[in-house]
Write a protein that binds this ligand. Structure first.
Ligand code: GLP
Length: 664
């Protein structure tokens, strides 16, 4: 017996469509928009579109551009209104929503310039109120919004309507939430550069649109989406007000849908097919839910939580308990590369070959340390041959202040030695700078660094770091130094490091990356050279346009290619390590590597070497903000979860999920 669709959606108060990928969902929205435009054009009428910024709508815009170029879709009869704009930055600023919309859409279509509207973030304070009013008037004058496209922020905001925004709020000046500003930190290197205010359409303005489509991709949005869809409408989560609108569709990819009850706990909303993974998921959830170790679950616990049919088919409780306890037990290993000579029937990784060639992939430097620093140490201690590949340089995540500081140091050192800058920096590796990680690898890079240093000090601080290639180069050098130092700290030779500097990252900026064939080629070459028996990587559920999401897609493409070309050893396994965005549930873990207190402390020291990644502002008391704190807390949490299930009590655990790539 299967659950009906309406039965499984009983908790959803908004119309939700789940697509397997963001690309597929985006194409379906772009088609809807295109047919609205064409229908209106055929009637000689205009279409008024409400548009959004952020990474989320980018694939929709790319599809609209493609339709314009290849299918003759014209925007001549379209009027657009953007939701919001930062207040206090010029239109020309690379991070203004004005720039964003032009780069991502307007520059590539035939929308007449006088038909697009974006709130003006440069008006004097005294003129803002009137301008907001005029914005609303203009929407009304054109007949109101036909379709509003929305993303959702991690605070549950729509537009910039932060928690606390009223159901009837109108276009106005608002103060940005601390979490929203943190999320924008990467765009404006350095939190103090992130604008504090913005102008946004109100919730009431958005609600007047005739139709609303809200989009969300990636695991980081899953929780807030579920709250907006299944929770009560409330000011603390403005997206939940959409429940009051008669024509809303929420389009999700599978990662963003993961916290909806029908996906997460399907047995609570209807009958399910009790496959082994489904049973494992339900039993481990049940133990956590009734707060009992697995071996102490009773028949009535099963019966009272939508699992009576599981009990009948596979029970009694005693039988189910022991089976799923053993399944969790078998995920635990101190031998992440497999234990040579041991029976591996119930071990997560195979005993042979030994030693293994292990390829560890870090989308950005520090990802590997945050997700699996303790495991790296073990793999080396157990004799495996490690390559740690840093796919991107990570330069975009370095605040300008760090680069200025490095530039000053290099110049001061050059002056001290009384020599020419370039020559001096070029010799730095032999003279001691290398030891503290500020120097370069090769003379060519060294002279680029010197140039960056010279530019930074001659012209003063860069207004936007990412606009200067030299500054980005210097920032990349900083991150390489930190990555090597962190590896040393974890007991891994820095010679294991490979820096790929993938082109999509070097030519892009956050939310605006275009991965290409050159990226896949670079990764395929790496896989061919290393010929790994075991691969560790991350980013599977991340937003598809994020660095982690792009790197995961590139890796999968390169692995498919390697498998076809025969450059991937038979039986090679891919293990995913976690990102801090998502806490894995026990059923999602296929390998759990315990860390002792000393091993955890060592990993934290290693993470700490990524000093350019520490917050620029001290975090508010009792808030876990720094990456090393978050990583420590999440590894401890997994240990607590295992302990609560009745497994051994460890200090911390690093968790891994197995993904099938080799077609075993
Ligand atoms: C900003 C924008 C929102 C957007 C949100 C999410 O706050 N003002 O309109 O929905 O970011 O951004 P992203 O799509 O990059 O996750």
């Amino acid at each position: 017996m299967h659950a009906t669709l309406s039965e499984t959606r009983q908790r959803e108060k908004l119309d939700v469509t789940i697509h397997s990928t963001a690309a597929e969902a985006s194409i379906s929205l772009a088609r809807e928009i295109a047919s609205l435009i064409r229908n209106r054009a055929a009637e000689g009428k205009r279409l008024v579109l409400g548009l959004a910024t952020g990474s989320t709508p980018v694939p929709v815009y790319r599809e609209l551009i493609r339709m314009h170029r290849e299918e003759g879709l014209s925007f001549a009869n379209v009027f657009t209104f953007n939701l919001d704009e930062y207040y206090g930055i010029a239109r020309e600023h690379p991070e203004s929503y004005w720039s964003f919309m032009h780069q991502q859409l307007f520059n590539h279509i035939d929308l007449p310039a006088e038909q697009l509207h974006i709130p003006n973030g440069t008006l004097p304070r005294a003129e803002v109120f009137a301008a907001c009013h005029a914005y609303e008037e203009r929407i009304a004058e054109l007949g109101g919004l036909d379709l509003q496209v929305l993303g959702i922020g991690r605070t549950g905001h729509i537009g910039f309507n932060e928690p606390g925004s009223g159901r009837n709020s109108r276009t106005r000046l608002v103060t940005l939430d601390a979490l929203t500003r943190r999320d924008a930190e990467r765009d404006f290197p350095g939190e103090d550069k992130v604008p504090r205010h913005a102008i946004t359409m109100g919730v009431g303005t958005i609600m007047q649109a005739r139709r609303i489509v809200m989009l969300a991709w990636g695991e980081a949005k899953a929780r807030v989406v579920a709250q907006a869809v299944e929770g009560e409408p409330r000011e603390s989560l403005p997206a939940s007000f959409l429940q009051h609108h008669p024509n809303v569709t929420v389009m999700l990819d599978s990662a963003a849908a993961a916290e909806l009850t029908r996906i997460k706990l399907p047995w609570l909303v209807g009958p399910v097919e009790w496959t082994p993974p489904m049973a494992h998921r339900a039993v481990t959830w049940l133990a956590a839910n009734v707060q009992r170790p697995l071996l102490k679950l009773l028949d009535e616990h099963y019966a009272e939580h939508g699992m009576a049919d599981l009990l009948t088919a596979q029970g009694p409780a005693y039988q189910l308990n022991i089976q799923h306890f053993n399944d969790v037990q078998h995920t635990i290993t101190g031998w992440p590369g497999g234990k040579a000579g041991a029976d591996d029937t119930h071990r997560p990784e195979k005993a042979t070959p030994y030693p293994k060639r292990v390829l560890v992939i870090a989308p950005e430097p520090s990802d590997e340390m945050l997700g699996m620093g303790g495991t790296l140490t073990r793999l080396v201690e157990q004799g495996h041959i490690l390559t740690v590949a840093y796919l991107t340089s990570g330069s975009l995540a370095v605040p300008d202040e760090e680069a200025e500081m490095a530039a000053e140091l290099i110049n001061a050192y050059a002056k001290e030695r009384g020599a020419g800058i370039a020559g001096d920096v070029a010799t730095a590796p032999q003279t001691g700078i290398a030891a503290c990680g500020a120097a370069t690898d090769a003379p060519a890079a060294a002279s680029a660094t010197a140039q960056a240093a010279a530019t930074a000090t001659a012209t003063g601080p860069a207004t936007s770091a990412s606009t200067s290639a030299d500054t980005r180069r210097l920032k990349a050098v900083i991150r390489r130094g930190e990555a090597r130092q962190a590896l040393r700290c974890a007991g891994v030779s820095p010679a294991a490091a490979r820096f790929l500097d993938l082109p999509f990252y070097e030519r892009g900026r956050y939310r605006q990356f275009f991965p290409g064939e050159d990226d896949v080629a670079a990764l395929s070459q790496l896989i061919g050279e290393v010929a790994p028996h075991q691969i560790f990587s991350t980013g599977a559920g991340q937003e598809p346009n994020s660095v982690g999401g792009i790197c995961h897609a590139l890796l999968m493409a390169a692995l498919r290619r390697a498998r076809t070309a025969g450059t991937l050893p038979q039986g090679a396994r891919l293990w995913l390590y976690r990102t801090p965005d998502k806490a894995w549930q026990p059923h999602e873990i296929n390998m759990a590597v315990p860390l002792s207190p000393a091993q955890l402390a060592r990993r934290t020291r290693a993470i700490y070497q990524h000093k350019s990644q520490l917050s620029q502002t001290p975090p508010p008391q009792s808030t876990l903000c720094e990456a090393w704190q978050v990583a420590e807390a999440s590894s401890r949490n997994i240990a607590v979860t295992y302990d609560a299930l009745g497994l051994a009590e460890y200090e911390a655990i690093e968790a891994f999920q197995r993904v099938d790539v080799a077609g075993e």
